[in-house]
Design a protein around this ligand. Sequence first.
Ligand code: SF4
Length: 480
Amino acid sequence: MTSPFDDKLHEECGVFGVFGHDDAPALTALGLHALQHRGQEAAGIVAFDGMQFTAERHVGLVGDIFGGNESHVAKLRGRNSIGHVRYSTTGGSVVRNVQPMFADLTGGGLAIAHNGNLTNARQLRRQLVGEGAIFQSTSDTETIIHLAARSHYEFIVEKLIDALKHVEGAYSLVALTSKKLIGVRDPYGVRPLVLGKLDDAYILSSESCALDIIGADFVRDIGAGEMVVITKDGIESLRPFPPKPKRFCIFEYVYFARPDSSVEGKNVYEVRKCIGAELAHEAPAAADMVIPVPDSGTPAALGFAEASGIPFELGIIRNHYVGRTFIEPSDRIRHLGVKLKHNANRAKLKGKRIVLVDDSIVRGTTSKKIVEMVRDAGATEVHFRIASPPTTHSCFYGVDTPNKEDLLAHRMNLAGMREFINADSLAFISMDGLYRAMGEAKRLSGAPQFCDACFSGDYPVEPTDSKDFRRQLSFLAEVV
Ligand code: SF4
């Protein structure tokens, strides 16, 4: 769950899979390490050695679990494996919620690792429990396994397709059977999934940066609504679901994905720079320097500086070693708050008018403290520029967002927000400006090219019970 120092949206999961490599479990661990930004609470790997599945699922960071002398990687055997990093919103970090999930079905074993959220999870779960299903976890992924287990189809791929036809919402998942590695994206293609190759081995990953880390070549994005089935004979592409308008999550470009990843044909770093440049055109400011809120505001700040001609400086330094130790600090140090993570570079800021660039404002609490910090360091004017439109709505597709009522932009208009964070001026990139930075002429009304629901409220699929959705999540956390 979000820590008191943490005022960002959080991606909930990352997935990775390897088929046909002698070092599959170790490569999977390396891939998960590269995807650590997508989930820091738990990680797991399931491998298959030709005879049996082995699994290691633990709470903690990938490096602590799968690195070092006591590495759990050594216990995993096989040339095929899948893995998962998790940032939980339901059920805390208990081990039974850690993925990949595994079950023996008629026809063989099935392990699944899933990134995304199912919007009809509650309805399906109630129905399954009513029919006698016994859930071991609070994860949506287990719902998919139960549905597959009950399918009357003969083969596991058909069972999985049958199960996925019942679910709604966002999923990019990897699945492992005794003979196959399977990758699937939901018909809207909300969450990313890419295909790579390392020698003769196939790789599936949430992001391309993880392919780079293991020396694999990027092959292509898995398409929206596509299922790829990888066997020793090669790869087969299936389109088992009715097509839907593609709605890839635009926030992946704004914040979630690593800047060294390319998703859906666009390099994330370049997109962020373009957003910053567009922001400089839309909302210029008379200032002496452009300062990013590190690290996530850095590429947009570079784009803003280049487009405006105002020098770029590192006026805030981030402490990269603030990690889990401080997630629940004692009351005595809690007031230090944001300073544990960010510190003003006084020598640069004193007497200067600054443009401060960040990727987004969620609750606004961190933004307020950062403005206060740079003013205390001697900045004479602070012009805050945000590289996304105001975040006014919660996400139901695999991103941990506060309740709508806690989002600053839901509570206040622009003037109110500027006053709250105490900036001299405040501007967000417009929705059309964001789309221009993505290479689109503008946002198409009624049929937007991306999911931008946290800015627009225009959800690709409404949760079955949207009003109650947050309560549903806490309910599920309580019942197991
Ligand atoms: Fe991404 Fe926002 Fe859509 Fe969620 S609601 S999938 S964070 S764009």
